[in-house]
Design a protein around this ligand. Sequence first.
Ligand code: NDP
Ligand code: MG
Length: 386
Amino acid sequence: MKKKIAIFGSTGSIGKSLIDIINHDKDNFEIILLTTNKNYSNLLKQAKIFRVKNLIITDKKSYNIVRKKKLKINIYSNFNNLNKIFKNKIDYIMSAISGIDGLSPTFKSIKYTKKIAIANKESIICAWNILKRELNKNNTEFIPVDSEHFSIWSALPSKKIINNIDEIFITASGGPFYKMPISKFSKITIKDATNHPNWKMGKKISVDSSTMMNKVFEVIEAKNIFNLPISKLKILIHPESYLHAIIKFKNGLSNMIVHETDMKIPIYNSIYENKEYYKKIKNLNLNKLNKLNLKKPNLKKFPLVNILQKIPKKFSLYETILVSTNDTLVELFLKNKIDFISIPKVFKTLINLKEFRKYRNKVPTKIDQIIKLNKLVQLNIKSIYN
Ligand code: NDP
Ligand code: MG
């Protein structure tokens, strides 16, 4: 029987990689739904190849253009009608919309699938308690797609093993400025910050990698997914990006997870459940294993990493404040409104504001609360810079 699947954000980097993977195995998949924001031309190409009958296009202009084509496909402009699209539980959903906008579709989709692969970091960081409840309620299996978390997940065959973990090291490439002296940081341009040495990713996540905020978010992701205190999660700079995580167990053994720097590995395994070997993946390069470097991050150069010491023990809306503040500052940087070194400086000032600090004790219970707070934070910060 064909696997019934849906891809949220199918025109993005993660979405396209998944399309590419299943394109080699078309006979075994039926795509029930594909979604995009603006990129309708690519979406229509994907829909044609896989004969997809349901599309969601959230950008109004793009939605109207496609509607006028009068295609024999159901076109929706939002995620409010998933009950019309999914008559029964499907096998797999990939949640790969970028940003906080991915939260609501991710939450709404859980009850319609047996398994959900979540790439959207913001969902895991800001709404984990709400998603977990929904996953349990609907008996939906979850798999993380972020490469470090996927690696850790795949190395823990049972949940029981989580209790045997002493600490986990999450590796970071160090980004484009790992070797740059701090004295040159004031001259960093948008082009410099979006040019990642090892991974090809979108602009926003590339800037997060250059400030190391991406790793801060990944530690929070790991805290939530594996239910571990921040003190047990450490960042290690590993410029080769070959080793994705090291799990140190209480019994003295450690597990190191190594794979090529290719997001298709976690994506492939999230849909094939480790059962098959993806033939296009490069073989493990043993020579690289002889040259692996591991170092502690330089906190003077990357002060955002210090935020990890300030995160409340209990999950709260503070995580949303962090995500929204960072999103807004990166957006301002990419629009040339603030310079690179202002990102950590302004960040520190903003998150210490009284009106933001009060969210440290508030636990989100609904996705809407997170979305509202995100808008509030963005408006507040943008009003200062416009
Ligand atoms: P992209 O920016 O490449 O793609 C995002 C996708 O979401 C596109 O299909 C985009 O449509 C769609 N989209 C964007 N905004 C909206 C919106 N407001 N409403 C509905 N759809 C929208 O992102 P990536 O694929 O790189 O990343 C996806 C998620 O996975 C992110 O949360 C990221 O942090 C995470 N991730 C990505 C990794 C990577 O290597 N790329 C690694 C680990 C995690 P359109 O094409 O029209 O813009
Ligand atoms: Mg990652």
